[in-house]
Design a protein around this ligand. Structure first.
Ligand code: UTP
Ligand code: MN
Length: 462
């Protein structure tokens, strides 16, 4: 796929990128020292915990420079009850952070995370189980991930994984948070394991079709029937888990496009992106004139875990679009932006207003039975029924408040303020539908960059 002369160029780019992304020895030493200190402290504490395990990418040497997180697991026998696990995990966590900044966070069980010596440290309670598919809680797989990759990855593989992580980060398809709808670090590492290295993984990705299934052993069932995501990566430690479950269709397509373009025209911009320069307001006005836009301006709920909020925002974006579609509006694109303070749900529509006459196509005119039933329904007809291409067609009156997309959207927002999940209720408390003109009043900062990118329709690497 990649022309031969590009392979040399790619090698050069990779070694230049590696210089920027491999953590310096000092950073690695500080990390190890901190882990050993915490381990000694925890293992010296009274309690039912058996040991402290270092997991995540830093434990296996696949993390990126400046990513200073330590994912630490306090391990318990699997016979211990869940309530006790929770209490004990929190107790140990708080003790570790005595004198430091910490907060309670939520995964399957609540846990404590905080900052020590500049590192983001998480103390997560987990059960010791024999195999990754015997887990009691989702986090119990993590130590198995670690064991597997420590066994299979050579020193070179680790840097290959770092390259692919940075590539995915650069194109905007990396991360485990729901906000990103992307591929988590562990998924990237599995791609390197599967394809054998960064360049081979990129070549593999460039050849992916509409969907791709990646497995590490023969399975009894075809995973394509169990998971409905475009990319399926079956976790080698648990065949019930799809590691790529959060990856959206858009990001899957983006991975393929970026891989192909990189092979054609390799460049460092794939790894680090290009900065977007927000267009001047006059240019945005000109672009908006060619389209019909509405936005719901809302607030990002503060006291809920942002990751959960992002999931709710995306669902709500679709819900409101469906509401418009049910009222005959054609939604061309829908898009949600937030800086985790303000939220804008944006809709690009075919039209903002519909005509008074609503045309309804009925059954075939010669299908007497169904025509009778169709015409019996109580509706105020604007004129006599007619036949078009063999079908009976009627025109009914559309109510005034159903003719305006803005009114429909605002009406929907108003009902959702009381009828929705807690996050969305808070989000929409001051929810207001804005016209293009009003959207422009918010055209500054990172929202301006977002809108520019959206209107340009370009990817980070283009
Ligand atoms: P992290 O999100 O910290 O990922 O999850 P990571 O592998 O350390 O990668 P980066 O470099 O920080 O981005 C820690 C561990 O939790 C498990 C994996 O074992 C991962 O290594 N995990 C996380 C999953 O199994 N699935 C996920 O979606 C996220
Ligand atoms: Mn991590």
């Amino acid at each position: 796929m990649a022309p031969k002369n590009n392979e040399g160029k790619i090698k050069k780019i990779c070694s230049s990128v590696l210089k920027k992304i491999v953590p310096p020895k000092k950073e690695l030493a500080a990390e190890r020292k901190l882990f050993l200190e915490i381990k000694k402290k925890v293992e010296g504490m009274k309690g039912k915990h058996i040991r402290l395990e270092w997991c995540g990418s830093s434990a296996r040497g696949t993390h990126l420079r400046g990513d200073k997180d330590l994912d630490l697991f306090v391990m318990y026998e699997k016979e211990m009850g869940e309530n006790e696990l929770e209490e004990e995990g929190l107790r140990i966590g708080k003790a570790v952070f005595r004198g430091h900044k910490w907060e309670k966070a939520y995964s399957q069980h609540p846990y404590i995370r905080g900052v020590i010596k500049g590192f983001d440290v998480e103390i997560v309670p987990g059960y010791i189980v024999k195999r990754g598919n015997e887990i009691k809680s989702a986090v119990d797989r993590t130590p198995f991930h670690n064991k597997l990759l420590l066994e299979k990855f050579s020193a070179k593989d680790k840097n290959e994984a770092r390259l692919l992580k940075q590539f995915m980060k650069g194109i905007g398809a990396y991360g485990a948070d729901l906000k990103n709808e992307a591929l988590p670090g562990y998924g990237v590492e599995l791609l390197v394991l599967k394809y054998g290295g960064f360049l081979d993984a990129v070549k593999g990705i460039a050849k992916w079709g509409e969907r791709e299934v990646i497995t590490f052993k023969k399975l009894e069932r075809d995973p394509a029937n169990d998971f409905f995501t475009p990319l399926i990566i079956i976790d080698p430690v648990d065949e019930n888990r799809n590691v790529a479950s959060a990856l959206s269709f858009a990001n899957y397509e983006k991975m393929k496009l970026a891989a192909r373009k990189f092979l054609e025209e390799p460049s460092e911009k794939f790894f680090f992106g290009v900065k977007v320069e927000a267009w001047p307001q006059s240019k945005v006005i000109e672009e908006l004139k060619k389209r019909e836009f509405l936005a719901i301006k809302a607030d990002f709920p503060k006291r809920i875990l942002p990751d959960l909020v992002w999931g709710q925002l995306r669902r709500y974006l679709r819900k409101a679009a469906t509401q418009l579609e049910e009222k005959d509006f054609a939604v061309r694109r829908a898009n949600v932006w937030s800086d985790e303070n303000k939220v804008f749900f944006m809709y690009e529509l075919k039209e903002l207003n519909l005509p008074r006459a609503k045309i309804i196509r009925g059954p075939m005119a010669n299908d007497k039975e169904n025509v009778k039933r169709f015409l019996e329904k109580k509706r105020k007809l604007l004129k006599k029924p007619r036949t078009e291409e063999g079908r009976i067609v009627i025109e009914v009156e559309r109510a005034d408040d159903e003719r305006s997309a803005k009114k429909i959207l605002q009406g929907f927002v108003n009902t959702c303020r009381t009828n929705e999940s807690d996050g969305i209720k808070i989000c929409l408390r001051n929810g207001k539908v804005l016209t293009e003109h009003e959207i422009l009043e918010h055209y500054h900062g990172s929202f301006a960059e977002h809108l520019t990118k959206y209107l340009e329709g370009k990817e980070m690497f283009e």
